[in-house]
Design a protein around this ligand. Structure first.
Ligand code: PGA
Length: 258
């Protein structure tokens, strides 16, 4: 199978990363190359959404004609709970821009039957014509969406059990003392790899190992983000801290050392 090396932009700090990543999304939307946008949640995305909202307020971009599909949500967490990804998306993006809420899709972790919900979500993505640009964060264990290590590269939207590492990382989004859910519904790696373009954003030294494994380690289900090397149009935007452990041939190439 062909292996692709993602384009990688390494910037000095988080602000620069958020601005560059927001710029990629804004360019795509303004040029109408991106009509269907895959969205992500997590701490990394807070600054990025703030940039998109600021650009919207300045009249630089409109999301009126954009359809969105979020990667994932917890199972059994109502949208009123602060930790829910529905709440996150409303707080940081959907309620702050001109997107039609009826076109801002999320997998429903409150559905009575998650398997049926997963099929509904996949069908909706397909009927919309697929995702033009998928935004991704990365977990410190290399997950993308909630595809934890061990996820099949061909996996589709489904229910998954979260690792303790992921639950601990996401605990700050929940009210103190509230239990972080054990289960989530996530687009699969196969679903993600069908997007026309992929933009992965990473900030901070705690992401360095995962970024290094994703782009310079073995392509393996133990690092779900390494699946991105099976896709020809992936761009990674990260800060120097997140890029600090990239080694070998890839490091030489991106740092311009021969
Ligand atoms: P974070 O999460 O942005 O909160 O670090 C990223 C992820 O787990 O995908």
């Amino acid at each position: 199978m062909t292996e692709h090396l993602p384009a990688i932009d390494i910037l000095s700090d988080r602000d620069a990363v958020a601005s560059r990543a927001a710029g990629v999304i804004i360019d795509g939307v303004v040029s109408r190359r991106v009509r269907t946008l895959g969205l992500a949640t997590g701490g990394t995305m807070v600054q990025l959404y703030a940039r998109l909202v600021a650009a919207f307020r300045l009249g630089e971009v409109s999301f009126e004609n954009v359809t969105t599909f979020n990667l994932d949500d917890y199972v059994g967490v109502p949208s009123t709970a602060p930790g829910s990804f529905r709440a996150f998306m409303r707080r940081y993006f959907i309620d702050l821009v001109d997107i039609d809420p009826a076109r801002a899709h999320m997998p429903d972790g409150m559905a009575s039957d998650i398997a049926t919900e997963a099929v509904r979500y996949e069908t909706l993505i397909r009927q919309t014509g697929g995702i033009d640009l998928q935004l991704l964060g990365i977990g410190s264990n290399g997950h993308i969406g909630f595809n934890e290590p061990g996820s099949d590269f061909g996996s589709r939207t489904r229910e998954i059990r979260l690792t303790d590492e992921t639950r601990t990382a996401n605990a700050p989004f929940f009210v103190q003392g509230a239990e972080v859910p054990h289960r989530a519904v996530t687009m699969g790696l196969g679903t993600i790899l069908e997007a026309n373009e992929i933009l992965l954003v990473a900030m901070g030294a705690h992401k360095a190992e995962a970024i290094a494994a994703a782009i310079s380690g073995p392509i393996s289900i133990m690092c779900p983000a390494s699946a991105l090397r099976r896709h020809p149009r992936v761009r990674i935007i990260c800060d120097e801290a997140a890029a600090s452990q990239i080694e070998g041939r890839v490091a030489s190439r991106i740092r311009g050392i021969s």
